[in-house]
Ligand binder design. Structure first.
Ligand code: SAH
Ligand code: SF4
Length: 426
């Protein structure tokens, strides 16, 4: 969501005569788009702001702005801790960025943190790099779930969905610019449009799938409670719906899930995974996990490992519980010993590494369709892209053009695959 907002900021700033600078030294303005989902993210910002203080001193007239979730929650505090910041703006104030920058150029400090603003930035088309084949499309913002650990509803506000017509026009415009993959974004895409009486999420998927040039549709994030049968069935009906679902489990223990307020049980989660696998046997699953949630026992943690054993996730993001100000979980008394939590995180990540490897190895020898994203970071002679299951492939290119290439997978690493492009007449 932050990446989309940053891309919108680029569009807005270019209409205000600012261009993306090739390096920090050449820049006149730096905007930090911050995250506050965990403590680590916000520590990093204060350290970056220290660097930017010296950067500002090196040339008069340079400007620093801080936006995003941390700014939303800590606006005044950011000013106090880093008085050299010229602009502080919240998650709902992006639309007024050019105006704020103009004020700052006139040395007027600007603080814009209102959360009831019109979401004018929704109509700003996120900047798309030349030649991009994949694009993110925000379909909603905010969240109404208030999971006990999560700061999102506090910093991004209540859930609001964009009109389906606007989303479809954006997708068509992207297709017109050569985009073949869209990634629909929302904190809980399955509740898309419910409040607004818009078309339901599966219908939105169906309409997007009618845009001919779009060959791949992804969405993130699906909430395991709200992923419904209609959406699940679409995996059988819409070929362009990619066989990869990011379905954050958080914990495999029903007791912990209940304390988190997630609204599903381990059994219900597994049933949905089973239904999807039944329709698309090769489907990939990824997840997010939190270890060391208040009150989590060794037995609870083992439940998480056991679900992992059953599902065999292709990949996952895992975090140690981080108490966030204003959330219910930050008040919970039964803290898990930090050493114990670190140890659980290590065990979980070791098991995930095994499963990731196993899932990657299963691809070796297969011919897969790769959406090419550019030169490979590990070898400029190779190209890099992703399979429909969202696996990264570095491959030796043949002489075929086009965004989607057929590649024979020849090997598996820890996080990615290697392969060779199949020539058209092979
Ligand atoms: N809307 C998405 C999650 C967005 S936050 C969903 O419901 O799945 C991304 C991930 O950050 C979460 O899935 C969770 O695993 C992690 N996270 C959120 N708050 C956290 C906290 N306080 N401590 C540790 N991890 C957290
Ligand atoms: Fe946070 Fe829960 Fe909303 Fe996801 S669904 S953003 S974890 S409150």
């Amino acid at each position: 969501m932050n990446a989309v907002d940053s891309a919108r900021m680029l569009t807005l700033m270019s209409s205000a005569d600012y261009l993306a600078a090739p390096s920090l030294e050449e820049a006149d303005l730096v905007l930090l788009n911050t995250c506050s989902i965990r403590e680590k993210a916000d520590q990093k910002i204060y350290s970056d702001l220290g660097t930017l203080r010296r950067w500002k001193q090196r040339r008069p007239g340079r400007l620093v702005g801080v936006g995003g979730c941390l700014a939303q929650q800590d606006g005044e505090e950011v000013r106090k801790r880093a008085p050299h910041v010229d602009i502080v703006f919240g998650t709902h104030n992006i639309g007024t960025l050019p105006e704020m920058v103009r004020r700052a150029e006139r040395r007027l400090p600007t603080l814009a943190l209102g959360m009831d603003e019109e979401m004018t930035h929704w109509d700003v088309v996120p900047h798309l790099p030349a030649g991009a084949v994949s694009a993110m499309v925000a379909i909603m913002q905010g969240c109404d779930n208030f999971c006990a650990y999560c700061v999102v509803p506090l910093v991004r506000g209540r859930e609001v969905s964009r009109p389906a017509g606007d989303i479809l026009s954006e997708v068509r415009a992207l297709a017109g610019r050569g985009v073949v993959e869209v990634v629909l974004l929302g904190q809980n895409v399955n509740s898309y449009g419910k409040k607004e009486g818009e078309i339901p999420f599966p219908e939105l998927l169906r309409r997007i799938s009618a845009v001919e040039q779009i060959k791949r549709i992804r969405f993130i994030t699906s909430h395991p409670r709200d992923l419904d049968d209609r959406t699940i069935r679409l995996f059988d009906e819409i070929e362009t719906l990619c066989p990869h679902v990011h379905l954050p489990l958080q914990s495999g223990s029903d007791r912990v899930l209940e304390a988190m307020g997630r609204g599903y049980t381990r059994g219900e989660y597994l049933a949905k995974v089973g239904a999807l696998r039944h329709l698309r046997p090769g489907i990939a699953f990824s997840s997010d996990f939190i270890v060391g949630f208040p009150g989590e026992t060794e037995d609870d943690f083992r439940e998480t490992l056991s679900v992992m054993g059953e599902v065999r996730f292709d990949s996952s993001f895992s975090f140690r519980f981080s108490p966030r100000p204003g959330t219910r979980a930050s008040e919970m008394k039964e803290k898990v010993d930090p050493q114990e939590a670190a140890d659980r995180l290590r065990r979980l990540q070791e098991l995930q590494a095994m499963h990731t490897r196993e899932r990657l190895t299963a691809q070796v020898g297969r011919e897969v369709l790769v959406l090419v994203e550019g030169a490979s970071a590990r070898d400029p002679g190779m190209r890099c892209g992703r399979t429909a299951c969202n696996k990264t492939v570095n491959f030796t290119p043949g002489n075929i053009d086009g965004a989607l290439r057929s590649v024979l997978v020849t090997g598996a690493g820890t996080h990615s695959l290697v392969g060779e492009e199949r020539s058209a007449n092979a």
